[in-house]
Write a protein that binds this ligand. Structure first.
Ligand SMILES: [Mg+2]
Length: 234
């Protein structure tokens, strides 16, 4: 009897390429910049978190929306302190974020080996990522993943229905399809709800941000320390 064809859907940010560090660095640079304008660090951090939550709650992800949230933080703090906001400062904030994101994405060690390996094993490989379509597609193409995977999808929401729709569109067998990603919230839980097998890929800042612990591994999710460990399991 031949083994059924296995499929794997890979997350992009912080699974195949480093992404969080650009956001962390840009937020830190923004905080320093705002201190220079006389705003206190705790106040900036609080307001930036509030603006960020607003953006994420309305399912707007990616650099463009992150930049918008920082500009809104500046404007909102100006209003609070009865200062007039300056368009030149808004421009400076946008330019500073652009600078932080201008470096090419760091592709994690072993990613290409893993993609070739999975394909060599007859596995159908896809990417499903959350965010702005243009931004995410540009990353996929720039990294050269477009020629290595069978297809990709930039989702506005990563929920169970998005995974089910992807499975249906690509005629995948959910019982033989794995979702591998660094986020328990966006990759593991919804994929599991859609009936897929799941692999949580460790990433330090997600682990911290989502306050994950060993508990999350009790639902049958396989845990790997990095993407190249997939070569051990497939
Ligand atoms: Mg991710």
């Amino acid at each position: 009897m031949t083994n059924p064809v296995q499929s794997i859907i890979l997350d992009l940010d912080d699974t195949l390429i480093e992404n969080s560090s650009s956001y962390i660095n840009a937020a830190e640079a923004f905080s320093v910049f705002m201190s220079g304008l006389g705003f206190s660090k705790p106040e900036v951090t609080r307001e930036a978190a509030r603006q960020d939550r607003k953006t994420i709650n309305s399912h707007r992800y990616g650099k463009i929306h992150f930049t918008g949230a920082l500009v809104n933080t500046y404007k909102s703090l100006c209003a609070k302190h009865k200062k007039k906001h300056s368009p030149a400062v808004c421009r400076q904030i946008r330019e500073a974020v652009d600078k932080e994101f201008s470096n090419p994405a760091e592709i994690y060690s072993g990613v290409f080996d893993t993609l070739y390996y999975l394909k060599g094993r007859g596995c159908r490989v896809f990417i499903m990522t959350l965010g702005d379509k243009r931004e995410q597609e540009a990353k996929i193409i720039k990294c050269g993943f477009d020629t290595l995977v069978e297809g990709w999808h930039v989702a506005k929401r990563k929920d169970a229905s998005a995974y089910s729709a992807f499975v249906k569109k690509n005629r995948l067998d959910p019982c033989n399809t794995f979702m591998a990603g660094n986020s328990y919230k966006y990759d593991i839980l919804p994929a599991k709800k859609a009936g897929l097998k799941t692999i949580l890929v460790y990433h330090e800042s997600t682990w911290e941000y989502e306050k994950l612990s060993g508990e999350v591994l009790k639902n049958g999710t396989l845990f790997v320390k990095n993407i190249k460990e997939l070569m051990v399991h497939f």
